[in-house]
Write a protein that binds this ligand. Structure first.
Ligand code: PMP
Length: 303
């Protein structure tokens, strides 16, 4: 991991090595945190954060679901993100705001623990490996299902949800796949351990509905927006597992993964086993915004 100089913790910028919490913090025992993953890009017009407002809004939404009252306003947290990037002197970076239940009594009851907030930034490259934005990744369908409605809420980006993601990711890595695709409890396609998924067939783009078993991803939302603007038909619907194997193209989306083509699933070749034309079109529109800083949709916040 590329260490930066400072981390913002509870209102102060402190040294990276001093950003510590107590072993009896509630979050460590019960997964009681909410967080975001945000990217700051080095655009031709200077460093800019992608979807800052939407990420901070999602952090508040995730926290509200868990009855966590963040002791800062949204504007204060946005300013804190900007301060942290500036003090660390990043041109581009990954940004991790984290809200967690800290010290207090150590029963399950979370209301007795203090609510704390931290923002870390560090430099980070391609998430699923070098060159994969062009060549694509090999993935498998996981033997683990994603979260079910009314169990762990998937619209909350909460620490505890990522235990399921870890099972999916470890299983994939151990079998030499870049990522695992979780199905929902009814056997329909859900998402990767940290990415939403899109399937292209006969020119139509499909993605699982948000609000059933997938995180309401911001990259997913951006891709839907761009695709509609380019005139593609896009359907948010249930996708059976076998639709993956006979797809013309499949790609994964996420802040970290950006738009990553999938070249094989369970060793079935997808399309021509390389980035397909629809994936390439959407990817180039997305990457153009963050590379040039030309921002027709107002998605960027310049540092
Ligand atoms: N699903 C999961 C489980 C994730 O962790 C992520 C990454 N935040 C995504 C989807 C993609 O969301 P976003 O595009 O907002 O990064």
């Amino acid at each position: 991991m590329n260490k930066s100089e400072k981390i913002w913790m509870n209102g102060e910028l402190i040294d990276w090595n001093d950003a510590k919490i107590h072993i009896l913090s509630h979050v460590i025992h019960y997964g009681s945190s909410t967080f975001e993953g945000i990217r700051c890009y080095e655009t031709a017009k200077g460093p800019a954060i992608l979807f800052l407002d939407a990420h901070i809004k999602r952090l508040y939404d995730s926290s509200k679901i868990y009855r966590i009252e963040i002791p800062y306003s949204m504007q204060e947290l946005k300013d804190a993100v900007l301060d942290t990037i500036r003090v660390n002197g990043h041109k581009s970076c990954y940004i991790r705001p984290l809200v967690y239940r800290g010290q207090g009594a150590l029963g399950v009851n979370p209301h007795l623990a203090a609510i704390e907030v931290a923002i870390a930034t560090w430099e980070w490259g391609t998430y699923l490996g070098e060159d994969v934005l062009e060549t694509g990744v090999d993935v498998r369908v996981s033997s683990w299902n994603r979260l079910a409605p009314n169990t762990l809420p998937t619209w909350a980006k909460a620490g505890g949800n990522y235990l399921n993601s870890q099972l999916i990711k470890m299983e994939a890595i151990m079998d030499n796949y870049a990522e695992g695709i979780g199905l929902d409890i009814n056997g329909y396609v859900s998402e990767g351990s940290g990415e939403n998924i899109f399937v292209v067939r006969d020119g139509i783009i499909y993605t699982p509905m948000s609000g059933q078993s997938v995180l309401a991803g911001l990259t997913r939302q951006a891709v839907i927006h761009i695709a509609k603007e380019l005139g593609y038909e896009i359907r948010e619907t249930s996708i059976p597992r076998e639709a993956l194997y006979i797809a013309d193209e499949v790609f994964l989306t996420g802040t970290a993964a950006e738009i990553t083509p999938v070249r094989s699933i369970d060793k079935y070749p997808i399309g021509n086993e390389m980035r397909g034309p629809v994936t390439e079109t959407l990817q180039s529109h997305y990457l153009k915004i963050v590379q040039t800083g030309e921002d027709p949709y107002n998605w960027l916040t310049f540092i």
